[in-house]
Design a protein around this ligand. Structure first.
Ligand SMILES: [Zn+2]
Length: 447
């Protein structure tokens, strides 16, 4: 009797078109088939052309690959160091590197090989070739300025918006520690470049003109192909933003735009206003706002002051509902909390860096937890970056893409084996994460 009822139920499920969902109850362990499912999924996942939502493509000697630079004596986590042997595997896969170590003598081979390829694939062809080799259709170039050796059709630009928050005398800001001593002058340089771009010789006398100048930079960068603005503000100050009035910000601007060192409190108040102003412009201009939300390099990165959850009051502010936010690096190592911010319709998580800092066995668990919570709100990125003169963004691209694809296949294989999803659904989720979800945010501007 019971059996009959059950089989009737399954007939009903099929009739109702529910056959594509897993029919049994989810179980807490994968079955012995998990490896087999993984082996079956991986080649299909390797074939999906990816959109890399966060990367710093460029050559090691190009100062524009970021708006900041590494501070001295940074201690890098194990897997991101340039002696990671997986980078040799990357060089083998990309360039046919014939050695099993990177001794100076052998490294010369790799440098020569890349030089030869750059001649064979001149101009923008070289980095396009790298994308082809890792099956990435296009990759964000989050750079200070674009390089003429990157094809804008395949490398959409994400520019930096932090520098508008540091227009005054920054002596005290830079003196805070040896990290800021490196970072703050580079923000000043970035602001000068925006001023040059707009033919502005000095800070406007009126605050309203300063805000107009900011809008002009955003609009012009958008015309130049910029698809989003990026903040790495967590490196320079806490990410708790108060909500000052325009009058408060204007008073501070009038006081310090022509000189003088603002108190930390005044400077922060001014910055809080400008940050929120930029967020509003991002909604108005349809320029998504990317924000660095992970632990950072340097010795003075203050994680408790700059962790992703500090941004919750901004993200959950209804005034910004038309701004799209992308949480770059998915809040790592608070990725478990971070996924709940993606409950907001306009908030997305990017997984870049997580796949380079963690090994695939750990990154798999991050992806699985995200896929089980808000699978339609997560996007793939590598955060690729040149390591040194020998190991470049190329190897980093490869390691990021390979790690993400294998971790994704493993997460989905477990989910299938644990009766959470079907294979068809797994492949839909893979397409969404690797490509579709991010591409939809830019309304036809990227592919
Ligand atoms: Zn980055």
């Amino acid at each position: 009797m019971k059996q009959t009822a059950l089989s009737l139920l399954s007939v009903a499920c099929v009739a109702m078109g529910l056959a594509s969902f897993a029919t049994a109850q989810a179980r807490p362990f994968p079955g012995p088939d998990v490896q087999q499912i993984y082996q079956h999924l991986l080649p299909q996942i390797e074939k999906i052309p990816a959109f890399d939502h966060h990367a710093h493509p460029g050559f090691a000697d190009d100062p524009d690959i970021d708006a900041m630079a590494s501070a001295p004596d940074t201690s890098l986590p194990l897997r991101t160091r340039d002696d990671n042997p997986e980078l040799i595997a990357a060089a083998k896969a990309l360039f046919g590197y014939p050695y099993d170590d990177l001794s100076p003598e052998h490294a010369k081979w790799l440098v020569a090989k890349k030089t030869e390829l750059k001649k064979q694939y001149p101009g923008t062809a070289y980095f396009n070739l790298i994308l082809d080799k890792i099956n990435t259709e296009s990759s964000v170039a989050n750079r200070a300025m674009m390089g003429n050796y990157l094809d804008p059709k395949r490398f959409p630009w994400v520019f930096f918006a932090d520098s508008f928050m540091w227009p005054f005398n920054n002596e005290r800001e830079a003196a805070r520690n040896s990290d800021e001593e490196v970072y703050i002058p580079l923000q000043e340089k970035m602001l000068r470049r925006w001023m040059q771009q707009e033919n502005v010789n000095q800070l406007p006398a009126k605050f309203s003109d300063y805000l107009e100048f900011i809008i002009r930079v955003l609009a012009d960068n958008q015309k130049k192909g910029g698809i989003a603005m990026k903040f790495e503000v967590a490196y320079f100050r806490p990410t708790t933003f108060s909500d000052p009035t325009r009058e408060q910000a204007e008073d501070i601007y009038q006081h310090y735009s022509s000189g003088g060192i603002p108190s930390e409190k005044d400077y922060r108040t001014f910055q809080d206003y400008i940050f929120r102003f930029l967020v509003i412009q991002g909604g108005r201009l349809k320029l998504p706002v990317h924000i660095h939300t992970a632990a950072g390099i340097g010795n003075y990165f203050n994680f408790s002051e700059s962790n992703i959850m500090n941004l919750e009051s901004v993200l959950r502010d209804p005034r910004y509902h038309s701004t799209t936010f992308v949480m770059i690096h998915g809040g790592y190592p608070l990725e478990r909390e971070a996924i709940w911010l993606a409950a907001l319709k306009n908030v997305y998580l990017d997984s870049s860096l997580g796949e380079l800092i963690q090994y695939p066995s750990a990154f798999k668990n991050t992806l699985k937890m995200w896929l089980e919570t808000f699978p339609d709100k997560i996007t793939f990125g590598t955060d690729c970056f040149p390591y040194n003169e020998v190991l470049g963004a190329e190897e980093s691209y490869w390691l990021g893409a390979e790690s993400s694809r294998t971790a994704l296949a493993a997460a989905l294989a477990e989910m299938i084996s644990e009766n959470e999803i079907t294979e068809a659904r797994a492949l839909e989720l893979a397409h969404a994460y690797l490509h579709d979800t991010a591409v939809k945010l830019y309304e036809g501007k990227v592919h």
